[in-house]
Design a protein around this ligand. Structure first.
Ligand code: NI
Length: 177
C-alpha cells in the first residue's frame, strides 16, 4: 500500500483509454486497489480511477460516509469497480457540481444521468450489478469517464460554470455543492 502521485489535467496519460482487467484476485490487482484507496483518502476524494495514478487499467474506487469536499452528498458505499459497464435509465440529465483530484481546487457544473444501472466486477472477480441515483450515479459516471480518457470539463456545456472552489463557493455563501 502506498500513496501515489495523482496525475493532473494536461498529462496525456489521462486522455488514453484504459484496458480491461483480464486476471482477477492477483497480488498486483489488490495492490493497485489498496493504492487507489490510500491515495483517494489522502486527498479527501470521493473516488479515484487507476489512470489518475498512471495505471492504464479499467479499475475505479469510490465511496464515503461523508465527504468534506461534497458536504451535501448522501453516503455512497465503498466500492471497487473493475471493467464497468453503465446503462443509463431514461434520457434525462441533471446538473450538479463536480471536482476531480486531477484538477485540484476547481469545480464545474456537469449534466449527468440521474439514474443508471452499472455492472462490473470486484477485485476478486465477483460480478455485481447496482441500480443507483443521485450523487452515487454521478460519481460512477465521473470515474468511469476517466477510463475513456474523459475529464469532467470535457462534459461541460457552459464553461462559465467552471472555476475555483473558493471563488464559486465563498465561505458564508449558500453552499450549493
Ligand atoms: Ni476525477
Amino acid at each position: 500500500m502506498a500513496l501515489r502521485e495523482v496525475l493532473k489535467m494536461g498529462d496525456a496519460r489521462l486522455l488514453a483509454p484504459s484496458a480491461p482487467v483480464c486476471e482477477f484476485d492477483t497480488p498486483q490487482l489488490h495492490a493497485l486497489v489498496a493504492d487507489l484507496w490510500d491515495t483517494m483518502a489522502a486527498h479527501d476524494g470521493a473516488g479515484l480511477a487507476a489512470p489518475q495514478i498512471g495505471v492504464n487499467l479499467q479499475v475505479v474506487v469510490f465511496g464515503f460516509e461523508s465527504n468534506a469536499r461534497y458536504p451535501e452528498a448522501e453516503p455512497v458505499p465503498h466500492t471497487v469497480l473493475v471493467n464497468p459497464v453503465l446503462t443509463p435509465l431514461g434520457d434525462e440529465h441533471e446538473e450538479g457540481w463536480e471536482g476531480c483530484l486531477s484538477i485540484p481546487g476547481m469545480r464545474g457544473l456537469v449534466a449527468r444521468h440521474p439514474r443508471l444501472t452499472y455492472r462490473g466486477h470486484d477485485a476478486f472477480g465477483h460480478a455485481f450489478e447496482r441500480t443507483v441515483s443521485g450523487f452515487h450515479a454521478r460519481v460512477v459516471q465521473h470515474e468511469t469517464d476517466h477510463l475513456r480518457g474523459v475529464l469532467y470539463p470535457m462534459r461541460m456545456a457552459d464553461l462559465r460554470n467552471f472555476g475555483y472552489a473558493e471563488a464559486l463557493f465563498p465561505p458564508g455563501a449558500a453552499d450549493t455543492r
